[in-house]
Design a protein around this ligand. Structure first.
Ligand code: C5P
Length: 409
């Protein structure tokens, strides 16, 4: 069977730890699987393995200097290299290099090339260092930043270390690194190529006065996972999000809104050029009828009565306007769950509704996992076991892609 690495260009960054002595073997394995390999070394890495060795096994001169002499065009080499990459591997990644990558330093060829990578290039980081350095909160915080950026961190093995101590910190064997690299490059079929996908996420905030609002506990994690995954599956994605603590995912358009009325306006203007709408937002059902222009003072009255008026049902409104679009809603129910979700599916003219329970551990708001069922208008139900919202996003989108195909035959 052909390896996923075959014909791919891999950039391998080697930083200065003792495990660097294993990198010629890694290069050999990547080359054997059909990849072409360009090695980048930091200066300290040269204390542990020579550029001649890595240049010879990779059949490419090793790059270390951002300004190598006065060679013509040499000052843009990092850009050209970054644009050719199918995968960027850093092995071993020392604590110092991890810190630089996490914080965007560009002080050598390895870190500069990392910063020049196009957003779609996957990154595999293989930390290797002494246990105390690895478990240090600074290193762990840097790893968290890199993980949050979507990079794959291959955890170090536990065992004897060069210092004579023993613990987590050993670089995994080259075969394991090459296998992980092949797994990352396994191409997902772009099942949403050419499709325009509109996704809503997060809560809405309904103002009471300039400093107070009514909202709910939605974290936006499910909607963001759907948007990121849809983009990875080839869709052109617009994400309309209420206020959440998540940063804009790369490679898609994000429209930030506050209230239900703002969300409605954004979604209605995007809807005509949408093929698939997934409404994962927890839209507030009510808003305050009259928003106070200045802060309501508690001295002004005894109890405070707010008159709440119903917000428009955005999804039901779009369900009425639907032409070629496929519409998928979410329902968070606590009781008579299937019955309530089935009613919403019909009333809102949806093609599917994703149902999750609010009162089940590992499901609903703020968690990283979810447990859902998907209900269809013909009464069929697909059930999923508890899984990460990120993985569930892929499952939901593959269901959506089948529904879209079915809608257009
Ligand atoms: O709140 P409800 O259970 O009716 O939500 C079901 C679906 O309708 C969800 O997809 C939600 O995003 C959407 N919805 C909406 N506008 C509202 C309330 C809910 O679009 N005002």
């Amino acid at each position: 069977m052909k390896s996923e690495l075959n014909g791919k260009t891999i950039l391998l960054g080697v930083s200065g730890g003792i495990a660097a002595y294993k990198t010629p073997e890694l290069v050999r394995l990547l080359k054997k699987a059909g990849a072409s390999v360009q090695v980048f070394m930091t200066e300290p890495a040269k204390q542990f393995v020579t550029p001649v060795t890595l240049g010879t096994v990779s059949e490419n001169p090793v790059l270390s200097d951002v300004f190598p002499g006065n060679r013509e065009g040499s000052w843009t080499v990092h850009i050209h290299q970054a644009r050719r990459a199918a995968l960027f591997i850093v092995a071993p990644a020392t604590a110092n290099t991890l810190a630089k990558l996490a914080h965007g330093h560009a002080d050598n060829m390895l870190t500069t090339t990392y910063l020049a990578l196009p957003p779609e290039v996957p990154v595999l980081i293989v930390p290797a260092m002494d246990t105390d350095m690895f478990v240090h909160p600074a290193t762990q915080a840097n790893l968290e930043i890199l993980r949050g950026r979507g990079h794959v961190i291959l955890p170090p093995d536990d065992g004897p270390l060069a210092s004579g101590l023993s613990g987590p910190g050993r670089m995994p064997e080259p075969a394991k690194i090459a296998e992980t690299a092949a797994g990352i490059l396994k191409s997902e079929p772009k099942i949403l190529a050419g499709k325009r996908v509109l996704i809503s996420a997060g809560p809405t905030r309904e103002p009471i006065d300039p400093v107070r609002f009514i909202s709910n506990y939605s974290s936006g994690k499910m909607g963001f996972a759907l948007a990121e995954t849809a983009a990875r599956l080839g869709a052109e994605v617009t994400l309309v999000s209420g206020p959440v603590h998540l940063s804009d995912p790369a490679g898609l358009r994000v429209i930030r809104v506050e209230s239900a009325l703002e969300m409605q306006k954004a979604l209605e203007s995007e809807f005509p050029r949408t093929d698939l709408l997934i409404m994962a937002a927890a839209v507030a059902d009510y808003r305050v009828e009259t928003v106070a222009g200045s802060k309501i003072k508690k001295e002004d009255s005894g109890n405070l009565e707010l008159k709440l008026v119903k917000n428009p049902d955005i999804l039901a409104g779009l369900g009425k306007k639907k032409k070629h679009q496929t519409l998928v809603g979410f329902a968070l129910e606590t009781d008579r769950i299937v019955e309530n979700a089935t009613r919403k599916l019909k009333e809102k003219n949806l093609d599917a509704i994703v149902l999750n329970r609010a009162n089940e551990p590992g499901a609903g708001f703020e968690t990283d996992t979810n447990i859902v069922k998907i209900l269809f208008p013909d009464g069929t139900v697909t059930e999923f076991s508890k899984m990460l919202k990120k993985d569930l996003a892929g499952q939901i989108l593959s269901v959506c892609s089948r529904v879209m195909e079915h809608n257009h035959v």
